[in-house]
Design a binder for this molecule. Structure first.
Ligand code: SF4
Length: 273
């Protein structure tokens, strides 16, 4: 990634802590990721810092755990809703941020999903914790295509320009009207999990394109290819069997859909040794 000549020491600190965290996660899980995926993750953290340093430095309450206990599902099961947010208290104003690793265009195109979740958090913050709240926003840390392209440009000004155009903060309105519906929907999901209802969506869903975001991708590409259950999933098998790659390469489509899969497999074997 092109670096500004006046690289601040904090970026060195971020690299160091990122590496420590990475090693800890590998040791705990016995899994790792490819070198390319690891570099992409580090870039996301560094660019988040470069772009949102102003917000990051103003955060007064970080990783605030919000809990809504004693909820009841439609089938009568008790459950608890939990969430984690960052809070900025500045002058007389309080702002709640929910950090997502999604891209900003996707969040804007699917705002209702994020609004529902953040409004439940706002309800917990205001009603149960009795705290004031003036604004809410999602921070989308996945950088856009322009930034991705600028990363491979040796001229650091290209990255500066792309970062200047990136707008990763998406304000969310506080609207408590739909809070109960959202909590009810959470309860329905809990019931399905507890009842062992894990049926995959129909083939049409896997073939459909996900709305919004700069990557035009099918559900099967964006979601299923990151899903460990795809090897035993009927919907994915149906989808994969209809692809040209299956006709040409048989089952290879299931396991070699990413150029750095081999590197990832080898690294994971090393990590679990
Ligand atoms: S592969 Fe995974 S994400 Fe895709 S439909 Fe099957 S279970 Fe769902």
């Amino acid at each position: 990634m092109p670096e500004p000549s006046n690289l601040p020491p904090i970026e060195d600190f971020i690299r160091e802590v990122f590496e420590e965290n990475f090693e800890l996660l590998v040791a705990e899980s016995g899994h790792t990721i490819s070198a390319e995926a690891k570099q992409t993750a580090l870039n996301q953290v560094l660019l988040y810092w470069r772009k949102l340093r102003g917000v990051a430095e103003r955060v007064t309450d970080t990783e605030v755990h919000l809990t809504l206990p004693n909820q009841e599902t439609p089938q009568g099961r008790e459950y608890t809703i939990e969430g984690v947010v960052d809070i900025v208290r500045e002058d007389d104003r309080v702002i709640m941020y929910d950090i997502k690793t999604h891209d900003a265009d996707y969040v804007r195109a699917n705002l209702e999903l994020y609004r529902q979740q953040l409004n439940v958090y706002a309800h917990i913050w205001q009603e149960l914790r009795q705290q004031p709240l003036d604004e809410m926003a999602v921070i989308a840390t996945d950088f856009p295509r322009e930034v991705k392209e600028a990363l491979s440009n040796p001229d650091p000004r290209a990255l500066e320009m792309a970062l200047a155009q990136w707008d990763p903060i998406i304000p969310i309105e506080y609207d408590p009207a739909h809070k109960d519906e959202t909590i009810f929907a959470f309860g329905e999901v809990v019931d399905k999990i507890e009842s062992g209802e894990f049926a995959p969506p129909p083939l049409e869903v896997l073939e459909s394109f996900i709305t919004g975001g700069w990557r035009r991708e099918r559900f099967a590409t964006r979601v299923c290819r990151n899903c460990d259950a795809r090897f035993s999933c009927d919907a994915y098998r149906q989808y994969a069997m209809g692809r040209r790659q299956v006709a040409e390469h048989g089952m290879v489509y299931f396991i070699e859909d990413d150029p750095d899969q081999e590197e990832w497999r080898t690294a994971s074997l090393d990590a679990s040794a």
